[in-house]
Write a protein that binds this ligand. Structure first.
Ligand SMILES: Nc1ncnc2c1ncn2[C@@H]1O[C@H](COP(=O)(O)OP(=O)(O)OP(=O)(O)O)[C@@H](O)[C@H]1O
Ligand SMILES: [Mg+2]
Length: 397
């Protein structure tokens, strides 16, 4: 069918033509934001879920909801190789300059800038392009000890005071939050705890892989109290069907019910795959209604596309021993497996695999659903591993 009108656009972070099955999560976010804005207590939200379930898309949508409510939204994406301060400082600086233009908040925002400058001078990392105007001298003795868990709460407090004076609620939207170092995550939670105690208008809505839950370290009890951790998963059957049929119907195209059933079964109702299959089935079909045979043709295309992009970029980031570990895990089948059995497959002691397993968890390839258990963070990755490495012994260093 006409490719120009194909409504499906696979790709990470792409807003879907129909954001199906997430209205309850958006409603939760809406309520939490509205409560915090009006000075009432509410928990922040940390969305957790596997790769491609739609976390980034939800975070973007929540950002829009926040802006409609009058929030200033700061969007950040954590990165394995970047310290939290490097992500935060430029946005906080910009925010404070913005607040400094609001009558009633000028002085507190100016103080915020001085404290931010002091904070910056106490950290050893070099953040390019961050300059402060004339007259912004670093304030000494506040948020500049060099201990992030002590400094970040002070810094947030000063910024929160300025935001309150400006009557401007702030939401931090942090994606890929599992990539923060444990100590950074802990500092962030402590900062938000301080904000919460002082009832200042800053909150955080974040998204990350399931390993995020294990990150809190020193601040575990605050992290549990201050946040809800809704799981974002595969779509319910009806919603998955709507994700396909509504966008197609907008273009005057229908799916046969057999075609829908086969897509739902093949994709396991994971959003990323639904978009991929929607896209490729549309292109494979000659006319409406899209039939089961079109899906069968499209499946070959879709898998080859995924193998060259979605799966491959992740696979390529791993070392040979990490790949072998994942191949052994895949050999055990889909879903959660015992780490001990992976070791047995590889004929080594489970303890000797600790570093490899931890490396894969840090890279976001696998996670530990429970002690001693291991699972892929990428849906259907086990099948990909079997395709890309037919033998466990392949790919030796
Ligand atoms: N509720 C939904 N209904 C239909 N399609 C969706 C839905 N949510 C997300 N998608 C589509 O799924 C794909 C993946 O979404 P997104 O990039 O937000 O996932 P993610 O959880 O952030 O993945 P990752 O962990 O890889 O960053 C996108 O193409 C998006 O358009
Ligand atoms: Mg994402």
């Amino acid at each position: 069918m006409d490719r120009i009108s194909n409504p499906f656009a696979p790709g990470a972070g792409n807003p879907p033509p129909e954001l199906a099955g997430r209205s309850h999560l958006l409603e939760e976010a809406h309520i939490a934001l509205a409560r915090i804005k009006s000075g009432k207590p509410a928990q922040g939200i940390i969305l957790t879920g596997l790769r491609g379930v739609g976390k980034t898309v939800l975070l973007t949508e929540i950002g829009h909801i926040a802006q409609q409510q009058g929030y200033e939204a700061i969007s950040l994406e954590a990165h394995e190789a970047k310290p939290l301060a490097e992500l935060l400082v430029p946005s906080l600086r910009e925010l404070l300059y913005q607040l400094s233009r609001i009558e009633g908040a000028k002085q507190l925002a100016a103080r915020g800038l001085r404290v931010l400058r002091g904070f910056l001078s106490s950290i050893t990392i070099n953040i390019e392009g961050v300059t402060f105007g004339l007259g912004v001298e670093p304030e000494t003795g506040t948020a500049d000890s060099g201990d992030l868990e002590a400094d970040l709460p002070r810094l947030f407090e000063v910024i929160g005071e300025a935001a309150k004076a400006a009557d401007k609620p702030i939401v931090l939207l942090i994606d890929e939050i599992q990539y923060l170092q444990s100590q950074e995550f802990s500092a962030l939670i402590m900062a938000l705890h301080r904000i919460n105690q002082r009832q200042l208008p800053i909150t955080m809505i974040a998204a990350g892989l399931p390993q995020t839950l294990a990150l809190a370290g020193n601040s575990k009890s605050y992290a549990e109290r201050l946040f809800k951790y809704p799981m974002v998963g595969e779509l319910q059957k009806e919603d998955a069907a709507l994700a396909l049929t509504l966008p197609a119907r907008q273009e005057g195209v229908e799916f046969s019910s057999e075609a829908i059933d086969l897509i739902l079964e093949t994709t396991r109702r994971y959003p990323y795959f639904l978009q991929q299959w929607g896209h490729d089935t549309w292109n494979a079909a000659a006319a409406s209604p899209i039939r089961k045979q079109d899906v069968e043709v499209a499946t070959v295309v879709a898998i080859s596309e995924l193998d060259q992009s979605f799966f491959k970029v992740r696979f390529d980031r791993c070392t040979p021993s990490e790949k072998r570990y994942m191949r052994a895990l895949a050999d055990l089948g889909p879903g959660t497996q015992r780490s001990g059995e992976v070791a047995e497959k590889l004929k080594v002691k489970v303890t000797s695999l600790g570093p490899v397993r931890n490396g894969l968890i840090r890279k976001g390839m696998i996670y530990s659903p429970a002690h001693g258990d291991t699972a892929f963070t990428v849906p259907l990755f086990d099948e990909f591993m079997m395709r890309v490495m037919p033998q466990i012994g392949d790919n030796r260093e």
